[in-house]
Design a binder for this molecule. Structure first.
Ligand code: ZN
Ligand code: ZN
Ligand code: FE
Length: 761
């Protein structure tokens, strides 16, 4: 005999990014399809669901909910609780949101979804060709939210009153636009305009006139999601050359937006994983190897064999790319290193000498967010800049923080991070904290995050460098009542960031290779081997130190590092036939004299400076115009098929000292033998990978720790990372690398938070 059918009722609490992402209509749809009764509502912790019906069907509902929600949702946790059935018969969406401490999360901006794209292209749809079409599954979020809760009145859409049709969609639980806060249409939403620098509207249909200007080699400022872009035809020498000259940007590559994946494949090698990252709803810029002969003006990325590509992520981009029908350079709308412009008047004032016209609209940008940048490593994305599309999605910490924490970040590629409970909210990319505008954006950004996530920092973590503006900012917060400051050494923060990125709270051998960070012994660090956990770090090894002749001048002029390294290896017997010396003969002696005097020539163990030295030695680059340029180009020169490696022995000097100068010696000997530069560059990369593996093995033998974490900007180098990881794994070590936050200083704020939380819990 069959058992009698039993009725059950279950309450489910869903936590994560579950509000403003179409969760309630999704649940409503699922429950009604299964014929279940109950309710769903948002509250301060996320989404609360009750379902009632046949026990087996209720179980199926729970299973389906666990296996996936709507596309923009990030479900962190679902907890269930059995209740007594009480026999309701319909499923309702309860619109009342509770009050209390805020825990619901604001979601990142998300690329236009397939349903909206279909409407955009459908002449019979009322949103046909409308540049602001969006729904619960896509559209602007973080950049338009001024306050919480996430309701239309608290966004920059508040000024637009919904028309009857939009309101109907917004209120219909079965509609894709149910409670889509930015919902709008041509009759009630923002509108596009094309204006000149004085704000005068130019005649004609804005999009088509703008496309015509672009095809005629003009530079057009385009108001995007997180700021203004400057657009120019990527294939045009004249257009890109003009953009570069007017923007005062000498060599730093421009990103290119292509219409679709096929267009991307015409410019670059795009494998499956790269295609997945390019087309993901986050739509980062992805750095890819350029195809020989790709139709892109040389001025797009001078001296660079890679190109940064992205796909359209707003309806406006889709329409613009279709109208121009060619790839566009789309670079931040700013002058030199200032923050990207978001305000309309500001854009016309500051970009008037750069842009020939301005494609604008009347939906304000509340929060600035640059495009994110990623590479692909080991079958997953590795972020180099975490910004639009990612922020403010939290990183879930291994342990909830006991007190609210603020991590102030570093100086270059700054981000900050606020943490509360299990969540660490890493900010969007702030840029280099070296001018007033960026610092202002930084302090405003911290205030905004604190309001958005209801955080009042009691613990403030900062770098040890006394001159970083982020450190100085931290000290201003120390004056507030009950705030505890926690200084975190730069490379410890890098390793802790990698641990937090991977959700690990165990001791590791941390290898932190970067440009520069403040050490604890009066030298500048950057090639560090640490025995670290989230709480503490001990320096157990490092690259041998070398002088940086002229201090910051040695960063701008890598040939100075070559001189310092060659002096260390050969003393007075530097082979006179080396080109790097011949090219810089006029200053060679003076620079070495400065280094020897120690005046303004700090000692450093930096791995970044070692890459600079070898790049200059090989004639790749004597001077740079942006951070990391020499190392980036050196990586591109290396022959990936060359297996050879230079050897860098270690000696024990109370800690492991890695004689990195021996890598330079190896390169010099090959150079004098006439070995091709790509082979030498590869042997150098392999040599660094080999030394990473060897010191890690030595550290394991000394400490018994079997796991290695790789962090620091040098590990943005995928060739090095790949070789290092392979060797470490072959040695039987477990390896952690970055994926969710950058290995560069953009990840420092998360590391600081992780350390401060561990120390103060
Ligand atoms: Zn959509
Ligand atoms: Zn409308
Ligand atoms: Fe660093």
């Amino acid at each position: 005999m069959l058992p009698e059918r039993t009725r059950s009722r279950v309450r489910l609490r869903v936590e994560g990014v579950v509000q403003g992402v179409g969760f309630r209509p999704f649940v409503h749809g699922l429950a009604t399809r299964l014929g279940l009764a109950g309710s769903v509502r948002n509250d301060v912790r996320g989404v609360l669901i009750e379902v009632e019906g046949d026990a087996e069907v209720v179980a199926a509902f729970v299973a389906q909910l666990r296996s996936g929600g709507p596309p923009m949702a990030v479900v962190e946790r679902i907890t269930t609780e059995a209740l007594e059935p009480f026999g309701d018969e319909t499923f309702v969406i309860d619109a009342s949101d509770g009050v209390g401490p805020r825990a619901a999360l604001v979601s990142p901006d998300t690329a236009t979804c397939p349903d909206c794209l279909q409407e955009l292209a459908d002449p019979d749809d009322r949103r046909f060709g409308y540049p602001f079409v969006n729904c619960t599954n896509c559209g602007p979020r973080f950049t338009i939210v001024a306050d919480v809760p996430y309701d239309r009145v608290n966004t920059t859409m508040a000024r637009f009153v919904m028309c009857d049709k939009c309101r109907h969609e917004y209120r219909d639980p079965a509609d894709r636009r149910f409670h889509a806060e930015p919902v709008c249409c041509p009759s009630c939403g923002p509108a596009l305009r094309l204006v000149d620098a004085s704000g005068t509207v130019l005649c004609g249909e804005p999009l088509h006139v703008a496309a015509g200007l672009l095809r005629g080699d003009a530079v057009v400022a385009v108001k995007g999601l997180g700021g203004y872009h400057l657009a120019a035809l990527a294939s045009s020498d004249d257009a890109v050359g003009a953009l570069r000259a007017r923007k005062h940007r000498e060599e730093k590559p421009f990103a290119v937006m292509v219409g679709d994946l096929d267009a991307a494949r015409r410019l670059c090698a795009v494998d499956d994983e790269a295609a997945r990252v390019l087309a993901s709803p986050r739509r980062p810029i992805v750095l890819l190897a350029r195809r020989p002969g790709a139709p892109v003006a040389p001025a797009v990325a001078p001296g660079n064999r890679a190109l940064g590509l992205m796909l359209p992520y707003t309806p406006l981009h889709h329409l613009l790319l279709a109208a121009v029908d060619a790839p566009l350079v789309l670079t931040s709308g700013n002058v030199s290193d200032e923050p990207i412009v978001t305000d309309d008047g500001d854009a016309r004032a500051r970009l008037r000498w750069i842009a020939d016209a301005f494609l604008v609209h009347d939906r304000p940008i509340h929060i600035r967010a640059d495009d994110s940048v990623a590479r692909v490593f080991g079958g997953r994305e590795m972020l180099l800049r975490r910004s639009r599309g990612y922020a403010p999605e939290p990183v879930v910490l291994a342990h909830p923080v006991a007190r609210h924490v603020l991590g102030c970040g570093a100086e270059l590629k700054n981000t900050f991070c606020v943490a509360k409970g299990p969540h660490a909210f890493v900010s969007q990319h702030m840029g280099d904290l070296e001018n007033y505008e960026t610092l202002q954006a930084y302090t405003d950004g911290i205030a905004h995050f604190c309001r958005l996530f209801d955080v009042r920092p009691e613990v403030v973590a900062h770098d040890l460098h006394p001159e970083y503006l982020s450190t100085k900012y931290a000290s201003t917060r120390a004056d507030l009542d009950g705030v505890e400051l926690v200084g975190v050494q730069h490379h410890h923060a890098h390793i802790a960031s990698c641990l937090a990125d991977n959700g690990v709270d165990q001791p590791v051998i941390g290898i932190a290779f970067d440009g520069l960070g403040y050490g604890t012994d009066g030298t500048i660090w950057g090639g560090e081997v640490l025995l670290a956990d989230l709480r503490d770090a001990e320096r157990i090894g490092h690259l041998a130190t070398v002088a940086m002749p002229g201090g910051t001048a040695a960063i701008r002029e890598p040939w100075r590092m070559a001189a310092a390294y060659l002096d260390g290896v050969y003393g007075d017997a530097v082979p006179s036939s080396l080109d790097v010396k011949t090219r810089n003969l006029g200053q060679w002696r003076d620079v070495l004299a400065v280094a020897a005097s120690g005046i303004n020539s700090p000692l450093t163990s930096s791995a970044g400076r070692l890459f600079d030295a070898v790049a200059a030695l090989l004639g790749v680059r004597d001077t740079v115009s942006y951070e990391g340029q020499a190392a980036i180009e050196l990586e591109q020169h290396a022959d990936p098929n060359e297996p050879g490696a230079y050897d860098a022995p270690t000696h024990d000097d109370g800690g492991l000292v890695i004689r990195s100068g021996e890598l330079v010696r190896g390169a010099v000997e090959d150079l004098l033998d006439g070995t091709p530069v790509p082979v030498i560059a590869a042997r150098f990369h392999n040599g660094v990978a080999a030394l990473v593996a060897r010191v890690a093995v030595e550290a394991r033998d000394r400490t018994g720790v079997e796991r290695v974490a790789l962090s620091g900007g040098v590990f943005q180098n995928v060739l090095l990372l790949e070789r290092a990881v392979a060797r470490l794994k072959r040695a039987g070590l477990d390896v952690l690398v970055h994926s969710r936050v950058p290995p560069n200083d953009g990840g420092i704020s998360l590391g600081q938070v992780a350390v401060a939380a561990a120390r103060t819990s």
